[in-house]
Design a protein around this ligand. Structure first.
Ligand code: HEM
Length: 328
């Protein structure tokens, strides 16, 4: 091989590498063009958490998950419906259960004032999920950034989100569809150590389980009694659609108590309870129940993995100027 061929090959390799590099997410992505980006998001998350509602942290972590599982982490969960389109946020899987949208709006408004057209809504969600984890005493992570925003949001596509009625095989498949392992799933489900659930997400387990038994036999009986007291039926046999219960005893604290709750059959969702029914997931549940630090570290790693699902980078998509509206 002569020298000029070698030179061209080296040049091509370098160019390819640079293209690849620019297409990948990078920690500190906004360092040069919007150096306060991460601190502005952080301030808005802290303001909401400390002065408004502690449950916002759980809401923001879930929002990032719901963004990433539908069309990738592209901010599509934030887009409002229009007369011609029902968006993801108005699907039954999201609807009244989403929290934290206004925190994203406030962060975005400040970011547009500070550095117009630079910081994507998808990245704001990723930063806010990390900040929410730290603020609830979890372990944070450097957020790889550079996501761009999608221009499509369809309620019908939220079928990619596993419902709370899924068994372990079905949930594992839903995560595999997004390139995540069963172990990633068990780790990420630990997010259910914070936040709340609407009674309607699990009421079938209390009142209408099967033709032969009204109550799910896998539920701890005392816990079932407690849940019924929080989610009573009205005179017509209906549950108030706005009634909620905490996910566990410490809904604003990232800790491994969720895993102990699973072993004790004191988790509200079928999809959580069902981790008991598979030897691999059960052994992970036991491992994380006995080692809080390991779970906190592994959770940070799994969140980074989740945050890379189907991202748009480079010149794909856009930087929305209002997270609720696709740019004209
Ligand atoms: C099989 C997978 C999953 C299912 C079936 C599931 C289902 C649910 C349901 C039904 C709720 C209650 C919503 C409500 O009624 O208000 C909920 C809440 C929540 N989920 Fe999940 N989830 C799953 C995975 C995840 C993952 C991977 C994360 C994050 C990494 C996550 C984070 C949360 C958080 C933080 C809440 C509390 C939200 C709040 O308080 O506003 N979930 N989940």
């Amino acid at each position: 091989m002569n020298l000029s061929v070698l030179f061209v090959m080296v040049m091509l390799y370098t160019m390819c590498f640079q293209v690849l590099k620019t297409q990948q997410l990078q920690v500190g992505f906004y360092r040069t063009n919007c150096s306060n980006a991460e601190s502005i998001v952080r301030q808005e998350v802290e303001r909401a958490f400390f002065f408004d509602d502690k449950g916002i942290a759980a809401g923001l972590i879930r929002l990032h998950f719901h963004d990433c599982f539908v069309r990738g982490c592209d901010g599509s969960v934030l887009i409002d419906s229009t007369p011609n389109n029902v968006a993801e946020k108005d699907s039954p899987a999201n609807g009244i259960s989403l929290r934290g949208l206004d925190v994203i709006d406030r962060a975005k408004a400040r970011l547009e004032a500070a550095c117009r057209g630079v910081v994507s809504c998808a990245d704001i969600l990723a930063f806010a999920a990390r900040d929410s984890t730290e603020i609830t005493k979890g372990i944070g992570w450097p957020v790889p950034a550079g996501r761009r925003d999608g221009r499509v949001s369809l309620a019908a596509e939220t079928v990619a989100l596993p419902p709370p009625t899924f068994n372990v095989t079905q949930s594992t498949q839903a995560f595999a569809n997004k390139g995540l392992s069963q172990k990633d799933m068990v780790i990420l489900l630990g997010a259910h150590t914070v936040g709340r659930s609407h009674c309607t997400s699990f009421s079938k387990r209390l009142y209408n389980f099967s033709p032969t038994t009204s109550q799910d036999p896998s539920l701890d009986p005392f816990f079932a009694w407690f849940l019924k007291s929080q989610c009573p039926l009205d005179g017509q046999g209906n549950i108030d659609p706005n009634s909620v219960v905490q996910m566990n005893r410490s809904p604003n604290l990232q800790d491994n108590s969720y895993y102990a709750d699973i072993s004790a059959h004191r988790v509200v969702l079928t999809s959580d309870e069902t981790l008991n029914s598979n030897s691999q997931t059960l052994s992970l549940v036991n491992e994380y129940a006995s080692n809080n630090t390991k779970w906190l570290i592994d959770f940070a790693g799994a969140m980074v993995k989740m945050s890379k699902i189907g991202v748009l980078t480079g010149t794909a998509g856009e930087i929305r100027s209002n997270c609720r509206v696709i740019n004209p």
